[in-house]
Design a protein around this ligand. Structure first.
Ligand SMILES: NC(=O)c1ccc[n+]([C@@H]2O[C@H](COP(=O)([O-])OP(=O)(O)OC[C@H]3O[C@@H](n4cnc5c(N)ncnc54)[C@H](O)[C@@H]3O)[C@@H](O)[C@H]2O)c1
Length: 343
């Protein structure tokens, strides 16, 4: 499902073929795409996920596809023995397990800190114990907060505005510290609004793209918090997958380096709603507005030049292509669900 350009896949394959990789949060949205791509590149993959925000279905599909190369540990990253079991013998670790969502972190900051900050430290400790060579950390553009300067550059002082952002930023510091003190090479990828197939649409904390598609598919107007003039760098999941692979395969010492991973294009939430309404053939469904949510930043777009320099990153899927592919996927799923219902 996550197709990398053939040339890039061919270039990356020797770095992963036969290698043992651990993906924390590998049952989730981005982790699931990453695990699937790793399997496609010939890697052996150990997934650890507590399924708090994912079903077992996708990882079960991966096991069916490559039973001798995929292992699943159903546990929390906070459980040392389970984490060590997942990490055992891994050369490369990709750390994606986290509690997402800014609003949820505002409601339950302690849990967010435990999983996203303490959990990251435990993953680093386990990776070090297992002798892993490198860990790639899924960081977040929320680190930039409401600093009005655009585009966001890694040299800007972080200004986390929510418990989620603060905990994800702490994870970056931990990565740098583990590189400096324990020789575990790390890289921190600050994602900007990743979207794509399989992103959860059903929770109260759903990200904007699946939430809009779900509303439109159900003949309802999408809900926009605030005036909709807020902007984001909506980035297709294949770009995040490519960035993880490039960071893991890099011949350089990355030493906790931080790189923005976005498409580098600024789009307003109102514009996103209009594009999705058109793709869903419902241009008549214009957004309904609700009050802006606490902790949300106003504008965000990535400068991706550090990612280009550090790991050779280039976006592989643009916004229009990515949105069309995502709408197609949700439509296919909706049709399949309707078929199930009729049986
Ligand atoms: N989606 C985005 O736009 C975005 C933006 C910035 C950063 N990120 C980061 O990318 C990573 C992946 O995000 P995603 O969008 O795929 O979210 P996701 O919720 O689909 O994936 C996270 C996975 O972690 C699992 N998990 C949660 N707590 C766990 C625990 N204690 N132990 C084991 N597993 C646990 C969940 O079940 C889920 O499968 C996260 O670290 C997130 O902070 C995502």
């Amino acid at each position: 499902m996550t197709r990398l350009p053939a040339q890039l896949a061919d270039r990356l394959r020797p770095s992963f073929d036969g290698r043992l990789c651990c993906v924390t949060g590998g049952a989730g949205f981005i982790g699931g795409h990453l695990a699937e791509t790793l399997v496609g590149l010939g890697a052996r993959v150990a997934v650890i996920d507590d399924l708090s925000n994912a079903s077992a279905a996708h990882v079960a599909g991966l096991i069916d596809q490559a039973p001798d190369r995929v292992r699943f540990v159903h546990a929390s990253i906070l459980e040392r023995s389970a984490l060590d079991e997942a990490m055992d013998g891994c050369e490369l670790a990709f750390h994606l397990a986290a509690l997402g969502s800014v609003p949820r972190s505002v409601e339950d900051p302690t849990r967010t800190w435990l999983v996203n900050a303490t959990g990251t430290m435990r993953v680093l400790e386990s990776a070090h114990r297992s002798g892993a060579r490198r860990l790639v950390y899924s960081a977040s553009s929320s680190a930039y907060g409401d600093n009005p300067d655009l585009p966001k550059r890694e040299t800007m002082a972080p200004e986390p505005m929510s418990p989620y952002a603060a905990a994800k930023l702490a994870g970056e510091s931990l990565c740098r510290a583990w590189s400096a003190c324990y020789g575990l090479d790390t890289a921190c990828l600050r994602y900007f609004n990743i979207f794509g197939p399989r992103q959860a649409a059903d929770s109260a904390y759903a990200a904007v793209v699946p939430a809009f598609i779900k509303a439109l598919a159900g003949d309802r107007a999408p809900t926009v918090y605030g005036d909709g003039g807020q902007t984001r760098d909506f980035t297709h999941v294949s770009n995040a997958v490519a960035a993880n692979l490039l960071a893991a395969a890099s011949p350089r010492d990355l030493a906790g380096g931080v790189a923005n991973i976005g498409a580098g294009v600024r789009t307003s939430v109102n514009d996103l709603a209009a594009r999705l309404a058109a793709l869903c053939d419902r241009p008549d469904l214009t957004p309904e507005h609700q009050p802006a949510r606490v902790g949300e930043v106003r504008d965000s777009v990535a400068d991706i030049s550090v990612a280009r320099d550090l790991i050779g990153y280039e976006p592989v899927t643009d916004l229009e292509t990515g949105l069309a592919q995502t709408v197609d996927w949700y439509r296919g799923r909706t049709a399949a669900d309707a078929g199930e219902g009729r049986r």
